[in-house]
Design a protein around this ligand. Structure first.
Ligand code: ADP
Length: 543
């Protein structure tokens, strides 16, 4: 016991009927190497147990003297791990009924009959102290467990806060980067179209455009992957025409394919009458990514987009298969296992030869999985690859068919759009970019540098459409659109938002404010042209 004798939590408390009894007991214990503390009153015993002690020696008489039940209350106060041991000195006779009831209060108690045998007392003390040591071990274990649980909660909170901060940082950075990128991208397009240019100037401008484009693609991919990782991808559920979506993607990649003299073929039945409800933007993103890869990694031959719409399952979903087949460099079996991971390319030479970041397939796979589908690859190195997307799509109702947006390609050969546009934009380079494109597409336009001016101009002039920046001082684009709708300035005035964000909530925010569509800055001139064509009735240009 001497090893623990100096530990205050293992002190032996002695409550003797008289000061003299206490002194004698204390001396015997100290001689035996037991650290003890004598108490004069039951209240002192209780206070010492609260402070920390190993065992208490009390007499039956002191139990009877405890008319305020201080011991009982102290025992109730004990933490769950504690079962404090008492040694109760009793007369040699059997305890009375009343004495038994009083003893029940003590719960963990050893009876020592008087006259006390020192050896017996010391043995009982050691046994009680060993038991108390085990209780302290349980306490320490519980404390450690609580401490670890607290640390885990703290770490989780920190990780969640860091993740939120990362998302906010990404959203803010995307805004900050995209706004000047809009100017860089747009002005490089304008410069590229201005003649005459020397061969060197043309080359510089081409490099400028390619760099701006790949930077933009990287920003978009980083935003996507961080949103996917933060599980904050919200899929849209809107009616769309799958055949048109496939056709649109095919038209877009045909431009890149033509430059490499590759043929683009669509195989399967393009049924323009079948409409689905889902997220066409995300599906288009996946298909475009697979097709761009096919073009990128194919040097001769063709790219085939295969579409196959299967039967309807028990949940009313149609199993749709979209495959992209190429005659390109292919990937090995081992590479197939890794190319869907983030930042992984088939081998180290890919970045040097083909560029890219290795994020496209990781994003595509996760998006298709979120939609409930899967992507598989079949490939023969040197002969080509087939990336196959299989996913369940919900067929749309006849009502949905009427709401499915028009295909970009059905209007391809229509007469050029003409009309008058109000450009609401406070940033001069952006005015220059958007204005130049508007003119180039044959529209006249006026500029309003804030929401209030826009409202004034709309009340005094006729416009066919409004191109509305959303982030403006004083009155932002969303509020201005709400005011346009509330004032009923014109029944069906098309308002197209221009946002510098690329986050999923932006579309809803624009639509909720009453906009008809939105375009993300820096915008692709063709996308702007197409949107204007959709919203402004076709009018031939005056000669
Ligand atoms: P990135 O194209 O930006 O490198 P991806 O995640 O889209 O990133 O593709 C990862 C890798 O998978 C590519 O770098 C390439 O090695 C391989 N890969 C993807 N598609 C094809 C394809 N059609 N043919 C050959 N290899 C491909």
């Amino acid at each position: 016991m001497t090893a623990n004798a100096t530990d205050p939590e293992l002190r032996v408390l002695v409550l003797a009927p008289t000061a003299r009894d206490a002194q004698i007991t204390a001396r015997i214990l100290r001689d035996a190497g037991v650290d003890c503390h004598t108490c004069l009153h039951i209240s002192e015993v209780c206070a010492e147990i609260d402070r920390g002690a190993g065992v208490a020696i009390i007499t039956e008489e002191s139990l009877f003297a405890d008319d305020k039940n201080m011991l009982g209350q102290m025992i109730l106060r004990q933490p769950q791990w504690s079962d404090f041991p008492f040694l109760l000195l009793t007369p040699a006779r059997e305890p009375s009924e009343e004495a038994r009831r009083k003893m029940d209060i003590l719960q963990h108690m050893t009876l020592i009959r008087r006259p006390v045998q020192v050896v017996e007392l010391l043995s009982a003390i050691r046994s009680a102290l060993r038991d108390r040591v085990r209780q302290y071990q349980v306490r320490d274990h519980l404390l450690e467990r609580d401490r670890q649980a607290e640390a885990l909660v703290h770490e989780r909170d920190r990780a969640e806060a860091a993740n939120t901060a990362k998302s906010e940082f990404l959203a803010n950075m995307s805004h900050e980067i995209r706004t000047p990128m809009n100017a860089i991208y747009g002005l490089s397009q304008i410069l590229g179209a201005s003649k005459p240019l020397t061969a060197k100037q043309e080359q510089y401008i081409n490099t400028l455009q390619t760099s701006a484009n790949s930077l933009l693609a990287l920003i978009n991919d980083l935003l996507d992957i961080s949103k996917i990782e933060a599980s904050s991808v919200e899929l849209e559920r809107i009616p769309f025409n799958l055949a048109q979506l496939v056709n649109d993607v095919s038209s877009i990649i045909s431009v890149q394919a033509k430059l490499k003299q590759l043929r683009v073929v669509i195989e399967g039945n393009l049924d323009y009458s079948s409409v689905y409800v889902g997220d066409p933007t995300r599906l288009r993103q996946v298909l475009t990514n697979l097709c761009s890869n096919a073009v990128k990694f194919t040097h001769k031959g063709s790219i085939t987009i295969v579409i196959d719409e299967d039967g309807i399952d028990a949940r009313g979903m149609r199993r749709v298969m979209l495959a992209v087949r190429d005659t390109g460099i292919g990937v090995t079996k081992e590479q197939i296992d890794t190319i869907f991971q983030k930042f992984v390319q088939a081998d180290n030479s890919i970045t040097r030869k083909y560029g890219g970041s290795g994020l496209g397939l990781a994003i595509s796979k996760r998006l298709i999985e979120i939609m409930g589908g899967s992507i598989t690859v079949d490939s023969v190195p040197g002969s080509g690859s087939t990336f196959t997307v299989t996913l369940p799509l919900q067929p749309g109702s006849p009502e949905d068919s009427r709401h499915a947006p028009l295909a970009l390609t059905t209007r391809k050969n229509a007469a050029p759009a003409r009309g008058r546009v109000l450009l609401v934009e406070d940033n001069f380079p952006n005015v220059l970019v958007a204005g130049t494109f508007l003119e180039e597409f044959g529209y006249s336009f006026d500029v309003a540098s804030n929401g209030h001016h826009a409202l004034e101009q709309l009340q005094s002039q006729y416009y066919d459409a409004v191109l509305m920046d959303v982030q403006m001082p004083k009155m932002n684009g969303w509020d201005t659109t709400r005011a346009i709708r509330e004032l009923e300035l014109r029944d069906s005035l098309p308002v197209i938002g221009m946002t510098a964000h690329a986050l999923s909530g932006d579309r809803e925010r624009c639509m909720d404010a009453g906009m008809d569509d939105y375009i993300c800055k820096p915008f692709d001139p063709n996308e702007l042209r197409t949107k204007l064509k959709i919203f402004i009735p076709q009018r031939p240009l005056p000669n």
